[in-house]
Design a protein around this ligand. Structure first.
Ligand code: SF4
Length: 356
């Protein structure tokens, strides 16, 4: 797995970045504008998802020109939106340096979930995942993650959907970029900015101990999702090759601690891979591992990725696995496949675009 150096993007911030770093009221006053002009810009950004200064029609023309000429343009641009037959929409963004990241809008009944990326690529290299195929290029900055949210929310609204949930489960390992992820989620949660409930935000991880500690101590009631994928370390190492990741027992214990400390839910994500982790004995061992831990196991039948050898188990094996867990007292949720016709497995669309 070729992991490239984590090179920061040194271009100037967009307006969201300016809001996060300096505050737009302070910036406006420092330039001789009244503070309320800063509040107007914040309104355009966080309420209306409009990131381009020249579209902020109630600002004076010379303020718009000042913002544009100083380069406060958005850091992400939507290059493609693909909608699946089941309503799932995948959005492909280009960063200023020409790299690709993606988000997914997932409608399900009254819920609409946004799945956001935290890095360009991923350094974990899970065997079944498109994002890990080329290693990590760099972390996304906090303002890029917020821009991704705003542009994706705007796209969802264009589909007549109101975003109800956010999951940090797109490209990247969020806990490898914990500072920027927590800063971005703080902006989402901030009542003066986006005011999105922390309880409706889920952060996933393969089990990076320091990151999990930071999240546990963040004081915000996010849901924590461990990408477990195996009932024991031998199987897990075949799927999640990162040596620094926590063991399955450490994950189980950290999950129990997180619930006890925050009172929030923990989920254990389990991608079912045919012949790898879908045997009846795997279900029994998983139930034994999680005995007494009040989390939920999310079973996710695998979405095949071009170029990778893993397969989706049969429906019979999937339901048999879920039944075995339930009969042993494990809480289970079975996630049906969404967006299969638009490359909605994580990282597939961005990987294809970077190969073109
Ligand atoms: S599944 Fe997640 S952690 Fe694993 S390689 Fe893909 S993006 Fe990274």
């Amino acid at each position: 797995m070729g992991i490239e150096k984590n090179l920061p993007d040194s271009s100037p911030p967009g307006l969201v970045g300016l809001a996060l770093e300096t505050g737009l009221e302070a910036w406006a006053e420092s330039r001789g504008w009244p503070a309320y002009r800063g509040r107007q810009i914040e309104h355009w950004l966080f309420e209306r998802s409009e990131l381009a200064p020249d579209a902020m029609s109630d600002l004076p023309a010379n303020l718009r020109n000042e913002l544009t000429s100083e380069g406060f343009s958005p850091r992400l641009a939507i290059v493609r939106k693909s909608e699946s037959r089941d309503g799932t929409a995948k959005i492909l963004f280009r960063t200023r340096e020409g790299a690709f990241v993606e988000s997914v809008v997932i409608p399900a009944g009254k819920r609409t979930t946004l799945c956001l990326s935290s890095q360009i690529g991923c350094g974990v290299g899970c065997g079944f995942c498109a994002s890990g195929m080329r290693g990590v290029r760099r972390n996304l900055d906090a303002d890029e993650i917020v821009e991704q949210f705003l542009l994706s929310r705007h796209a969802a609204e264009g589909m007549d959907r109101r975003v109800t949930n956010v999951v940090m489960m797109g490209m990247g390992e969020p806990m490898h970029n914990v500072d920027n992820v927590l800063a971005a989620l703080g902006t989402l949660h901030d009542p003066k900015r986006i005011h999105f409930g922390a309880r409706r935000i889920t952060v996933s991880t393969v089990g990076i101990a320091q990151g999990v500690e930071r999240l546990t101590g963040s004081g915000r009631p996010y849901t924590l999702a461990f990408s477990l994928h195996a009932p024991n370390d031998a199987i897990r190492r075949r799927i999640v090759p990162l040596k620094a990741a926590m063991t399955v027992r450490e994950i189980r214990d950290a999950g129990a601690r997180y619930m006890a400390t925050t009172g929030r839910k923990v989920t254990f994500e389990y991608v079912l891979l045919k012949g790898i982790n879908d045997h009846p004995e795997d279900a029994r061992e998983l139930a034994q591992l999680l005995r007494g831990v009040p989390g939920v196991v999310n079973l996710i039948p695998y979405n095949p990725v071009e170029g990778l050898e893993f397969e989706r188990p049969t429906d019979r094996a999937i339901h048999g696995f879920a039944d075995l867990l339930e009969r042993r007292g494990t809480r289970v949720s079975l996630r049906l496949r969404k967006g299969a016709d638009i490359d909605a497995a994580c990282g597939q669309l961005a990987l294809k675009s970077s190969q073109q």
